[in-house]
Design a protein around this ligand. Sequence first.
Ligand SMILES: NS(=O)(=O)c1cccc(NC(=O)NCCCCO)c1
Ligand SMILES: [Zn+2]
Length: 260
Amino acid sequence: NWGYADHNGPKVWHELFPLANGERQSPIDIVTKAAIYDPSLPPINVDYDPSSVKLIMNSGHTFTVEFDDGEDKSVIRGGPLHGSYRLQQFHFHWGPCDDYGAEHKVDGRDYPAELHIVHWNAEKFSSFVEAAQNPDGLAVLGIFLKIGEHNKNLERITDAFEKITFKGKQSSFTNFDPSCLLPDCKEFWTYPGSLTIPPLLESVIWILLKEPIAVSSRQLSQFRSLFSTTETDESKPCCMEKNHRPVQPLKGRKVRASFL
Ligand SMILES: NS(=O)(=O)c1cccc(NC(=O)NCCCCO)c1
Ligand SMILES: [Zn+2]
């Protein structure tokens, strides 16, 4: 099925997933001078309960840290959002080297990786799957990663990798608050977009923080040490070395900024 190689990657996703050529696809290049400052945008407010984390798993395309979204324990509010959106999972996107690998760009510039914290509108819909079918169903908080100091808050995540080396593996994960991965400054850009993985549903309100967080090159290399193949895969085991979609056409969309 779909992946990031030449035979099954972003260039051919449209064959099975026609939304790939849709009107509000993600990621995009954020042209900062074209962003519209909107002083009426309230600040972003995250309220995460560390006890709602459940597990960490290798999906074959990335690794996800999944939360109990059966009740309103961990939510995001404010910014462009109407009401509260419930935390479901977070995951990352990266590339084969430290020069690129994030999904969104800023003024054409590549970051080496990007964190996506995924939420769904539990006030209007009864499940993630239902929310994902609606234009205001999902809210993804995107955080850019840059190469710098070792990030202690990532240690518990990279320490878990030995238990989820292969596709399909999962391991219990407890007591983790993803707000420890956010930068101090919560200024953001926001625009209407889509999932960046198939089925590319156009149901995401994107909120991208302007300030990146730092991780060490060694920590990022640990991401690439995960396998995109199962333990029993006949074909030779293959490392998860890239899982980012190229930027997509803006098609007239406006990007708003919470800052001047
Ligand atoms: N990449 S993203 O648009 O933030 C996004 C939004 C909502 C759900 C997901 N899903 C995932 O990344 N799931 C990981 C497993 C996918 C199937 O391998 C991604
Ligand atoms: Zn993502």
